[in-house]
Write a protein that binds this ligand. Sequence first.
Ligand SMILES: [Ca+2]
Ligand SMILES: [Ca+2]
Ligand SMILES: [Ca+2]
Ligand SMILES: [Ca+2]
Length: 410
Amino acid sequence: MFCPNCGTENKDTARFCKSCGQPFGAPAAPKRRKPSWLTVVWLLMVALVCVVAGIAIYSRLNEEGIAALVTFITTLTKQTPVWPPPSEPKAVILPTVTSPATATSPPTPAPPSATPSPTEALTSVPPTATPTSIPTPIKMSGEIAFLSERDGNCEIYVIDLTDNSQKKLTNNSAYDGEPDWSPDGRWIAFDTNRDGNYEIYIMDFDGGGVLNLTQSPQREREPDWSPDGSMIAYEAGDSQETLEIYIMDADGANRRRLTNNPFPDRAPAWSPDGRRIAFMSKREGRWQIYVLDLESGTTSQITNHPDDCRFPTWSPDGRYIAFNTLTDEPGDNVGQIWVVDADGTNPRMLTRLDRDGRNGRPAWSPEGTKIVFNSNRDGDYEIYIMDMDGANPQRLTYSARDDYQPDWSE
Ligand SMILES: [Ca+2]
Ligand SMILES: [Ca+2]
Ligand SMILES: [Ca+2]
Ligand SMILES: [Ca+2]
């Protein structure tokens, strides 16, 4: 080794320089300074300040901030962010779907009552396919007379609602139609051209006792018994355009004309109190419903509808008049059943179809809770019953030919 003092080379084992006497020996390890107590206190204070500051910052951060921070940190470490911490699985609550029908929306202003407008039917009648079998018979009281062409000719049939059985009352090659029950249910008035032109006939409830009441060269049709059974109202004229309203005794005597104007007046319907007769008239251009007061002789217009209004019929309590509308636009052949208060207010449509179809010829049940009518909604005409608000339509006939013009026995 060389002496660090004089540079003289000495033996590696020498302890002193042979030239200058410098002692060699192992270099002394540097002395480590022990940390003083002040340094320890200082570090503890710094750590305490950091903890306090961390708690303060944590308490001021919201969860989103912390979550973002965690996300940032975990992104750096390529771990899936988890915030908030996983908890117990919760039940899945699907959002409530609010249908348009029940959605809360501003009420639609009511149309002016002077001009009847179609109102939403309480229950619409969806188109249905023609059933292949007749369903369970409807159990109700009374009988419904109607016209059917099921045997190739217009004949009058009766459905007994207690067992849904049907029987044929007329049997000839002429037209037989527009049946109307007498109030006591013993007779049915109808019209037929079996004697050459249309006459008012009556027959008993099983088709016997047929009697021609009018025997005139005019056409007499659409009979309607008075509520006490003593008289019959009907339409008569030389042609379809000259029809007027008439009444006669139930034996055909004492015929009197009630209307007299250049326009056709048709289909009389006696009010339950016997004081008024509703009918349809074309005096305003379209068929509309009118009511004639038999005491005063005054006539009131009941409907003012853009479509034809036809075949009025009183509810048994006299409060309402049912009728049917019929559009006559080409290709738009739709008929609906309506009810209006007997004074002409509050018209409402009971039927509504999504496709073309004719609903017509309404007649009331004896209790006034149901309405029978004819409709070709399923193809050819059939007889249907519905509640007086239009709900629960039920089909009564299933023949392949037309069934129409129903009337419910009282
Ligand atoms: Ca016939
Ligand atoms: Ca006649
Ligand atoms: Ca007339
Ligand atoms: Ca039919």
